[in-house]
Design a protein around this ligand. Structure first.
Ligand code: AMP
Ligand code: GLY
Length: 423
């Protein structure tokens, strides 16, 4: 079958790598892709939110499965667009419809969902411009730190952790005044949870589910988890503290009520659910839902999946996921993200990348790269993900870090301490 994958990051590179290994895939197209995805299929210059362009391409090329990487087309309703078009309606889209995508698209929606279905999460309340005074009063007696979240998508920047009531009140005013545009016209004020985070991934066809390997993401730019928040500087999978006792709590208290809640709410969800969790003294709490896989978690998760990934996706498309087998490697995967100097602020671009052929044992997934006059160049803040599998976390991290050091470009930066907090 011919498959179209939407997206251009490290996550999509890992998807493309895995999909291209499946005998079920005869041809893979990636829109728009990056300088690395070309090795697994054919890049197509169409943006992920250009639904009309995607439609034309899908029909002209007899595509029979569409896999959506990032959240934006899902939140904008690409699944509904397919279902409502008479020529596209029978072509499965992996990723939820617009209503399901609200789990990520609106924090207010996801908090209400969790309350309704008794899913453990931080206590919260939502406010708009009209209830600003109530919000300020609510903060007056709130314990600190306190978390303020823009309701809508804010490119990963819409969460603020405030250390004093005064700071939180000032931020609330600014957010409701448009600090994150339309995304912060509603603000969720949330209790701060103290603990250690992890990412749990579920694939569902709307009836049954498979729990994919969990991962831990390293979000801060600096070693020792210091400095600004980024999209993610590295990841490891599995996560040592996510033992069978903890994961059983996650499944019973969070995954089952999430899948059940979607059914009760009549949201027919087909795709990935990424559950951002806080482990608070051994108890899991949901920090957020995302309606896609994580990046750079995917670069550690996918290499641990031994089963045919396309077969699993077909299980979602055909709603027979329960018949599919998910085999997971017991090796540890470590991913080190190579970024551009300045990231996550203004960063350098268009630098020639060399040394990719020198890796010894790791796999490189391209993220922000482009091909220019035959040269691979940097084109984003997060440039490459270097992933190694090892028998132990130490082996995997050591291999990935050593190989990250074998790749060069001006302004190259990476964290060499991925996983160290868990060793
Ligand atoms: P999000 O954009 O929802 O992923 O939030 C960004 C980051 O803020 C999370 O990864 C957490 O590190 C942190 N965060 C969000 N909500 C909370 C909370 N209730 N308590 C503590 N930290 C939080
Ligand atoms: N790594 C976190 C995310 O993909 O949102």
């Amino acid at each position: 079958m011919k498959i179209l994958l939407l997206g251009s990051g490290g996550r999509e590179s890992a998807f493309a790598w895995k999909i291209s290994q499946s005998p079920l895939c005869t041809e893979l197209f990636i829109a728009p892709g990056n300088a690395g995805t070309d090795a697994y299929g054919t890049n197509v210059n169409i943006q992920v939110t250009d639904f009309h362009g995607i439609k034309t391409f899908v029909l002209e090329n007899s595509i029979s499965l569409v896999v959506v990487g990032p959240e934006e087309p899902l939140v904008k309703g690409i699944h509904d667009y397919f279902l409502s078009d008479e020529h596209l309606k029978d072509i499965p889209v992996i990723g939820p419809n617009q209503e399901g995508a609200q789990l990520e698209g609106s924090k207010n929606f996801s908090k209400a969902f969790m309350r309704r279905h008794y899913i453990p999460t931080a206590a919260s309340a939502s406010f708009t411009k009209h209830s600003l005074n109530d919000g300020l009063a609510y903060l007056e007696t709130h314990k600190v730190p306190v978390v303020l979240k823009a309701d809508g998508l804010a490119a990963g920047k819409g969460v603020l952790i405030c250390q004093t009531v005064e700071e939180a009140q000032a931020e609330l005013i600014e957010m409701l005044d448009g600090k994150f545009g339309e995304a912060s016209s509603t603000v969720v004020i949330e209790e701060f949870l103290e603990g250690i985070e992890l990412s749990v991934f579920v694939l569902t066809d709307g009836h049954s589910y498979k729990i994919l390997p969990e991962a831990k993401d390293y979000k801060r730019v600096g070693e020792g988890d210091t400095g600004l928040n980024t999209g993610g500087m590295g990841s490891i999978s599995p996560v040592p503290f996510a033992d069978s006792v903890f994961m059983q709590k996650v499944e019973n208290d969070i995954i089952k009520p999430t899948i059940g809640g979607l059914k009760i709410d009549k949201i027919h969800y087909k795709g990935f659910i990424f559950i951002g969790l806080m482990n608070v003294k051994g108890e899991p709490f949901v920090i957020e839902y995302n309606v896609r896989m994580g990046d750079p978690e995917t670069e550690s998760v996918i290499p641990r999946i031994e089963s045919d990934f396309v077969d699993l996706l077909l299980g979602v498309a055909n709603e027979n996921l329960h018949e599919k087998e998910l085999v997971i490697s017991n090796k540890t995967a470590a991913t080190v993200m190579l970024v551009s100097s300045g990231y996550p602020g203004q960063y350098m671009k268009d630098k020639v990348i060399t040394g990719l052929e020198n890796l010894r044992g790791s796999h490189v997934f391209h993220a922000g790269t482009t091909l220019h006059e035959g040269q691979v160049r940097t084109a984003g803040g997060r440039v490459l993900a270097v992933t190694a599998l090892g028998d132990t976390m130490f082996d995997a991290v050591q291999q990935a870090v050593a190989d990250a050091g074998r790749v060069y470009y001006d302004g190259r930066y990476f964290r060499a301490d991925i996983g160290f907090d868990l060793l």
